[in-house]
Design a protein around this ligand. Structure first.
Ligand SMILES: Nc1ncnc2c1ncn2[C@@H]1O[C@H](COP(=O)(O)OP(=O)(O)OP(=O)(O)O)[C@@H](O)[C@H]1O
Length: 233
């Protein structure tokens, strides 16, 4: 039996100024699955991800039409609604970028940062959440004795897992990954792929990837973005 639908996208158009990037996209994404988006460079894969947490609304000249509704547990909610609380949306829909971007602070503070932003103050609870997030990102054992080290001292693969932990600490229901392994060596790629297979028990993952073999290994549903359309892969 298929998992319930988590995200419904209907008649979605996306523009940068007068240029149409996406045209009449209609797809469903099921809960606790991995959906991959592949396709040639410059077609709008990253732009598509930024629609789903409304990061695109911060970009000059970007405009969206159509409907994206997500079921966060209380029925489908229209995320483009004017009064939709953006901080709440970004808590529920996490994003990890192509190049690891740790903050220039300790490993521990990198993961507590979103909790502090969300106003969390209880130190014991924060410590517990950090440990959980690092465990879920397969990083805890490697960093538990050096949590106060500068995060930039970690390897590329560790930094990418730290960025994942930073997203996971808010317990997102949807996780957007923009080429999460493109800057990593083979071993780190394997670790991240294993991690994704586990993570889909906790959230719904949408991943942009350039690597068809990776997509075949991890994705439950594949789309190719070409000529402004998302076509089943
Ligand atoms: N802020 C912006 N303003 C105007 N145009 C933009 C902006 N961001 C991206 N674009 C353009 O929109 C198109 C889609 O870009 P996007 O980065 O989404 O493509 P992509 O498929 O993810 O590419 P790649 O695989 O190379 O990362 C590109 O032609 C890009 O130049």
């Amino acid at each position: 039996m298929q998992n319930p639908i988590k995200i419904k996208i209907r008649h979605l158009y996306f523009y940068y100024k007068t240029r149409t990037i996406l045209e009449n996209i209609n797809i469903d994404i099921h809960a606790n699955t991995i959906t991959s988006i592949t396709g040639p460079s410059g077609q709008g894969k990253s732009s598509f991800l930024t629609i789903l947490n409304r990061l695109c609304h911060n970009m000059d000249g970007a405009r969206v039409d159509g409907q994206v509704t997500i079921d966060f547990g209380n029925g489908f909610e229209d995320i483009f609604q004017k009064n939709y609380a953006l901080p709440e949306l970004r808590k529920r829909v996490g994003m990890v970028f192509q190049a690891p971007n740790p903050l220039p602070v300790s490993i521990y503070k990198n993961v507590t940062f979103p909790l502090k932003l969300a106003g969390k103050k209880n130190k014991d609870s924060i410590r517990e959440k950090v440990k959980n997030a690092l465990e879920h990102a397969f990083l805890w054992d490697e960093v538990k004795d050096r949590l106060s080290d500068d995060a930039r001292l970690l390897s590329g693969g560790q930094q990418q897992r730290l960025c994942l932990a930073r997203s996971l600490v808010l317990d997102p229901q949807v996780l957007l990954l923009d080429e999460p392994t493109s800057s990593l060596d083979e071993t780190s790629v394997q670790v991240i792929e294993e991690l994704l297979a586990r993570l889909k028990n906790r959230c719904t993952i949408i991943m942009v990837s350039h690597y068809m073999d990776q997509v075949k290994r991890v994705a439950d549903q594949q789309f190719i973005l070409r000529d402004r359309q998302l076509k089943p892969g």
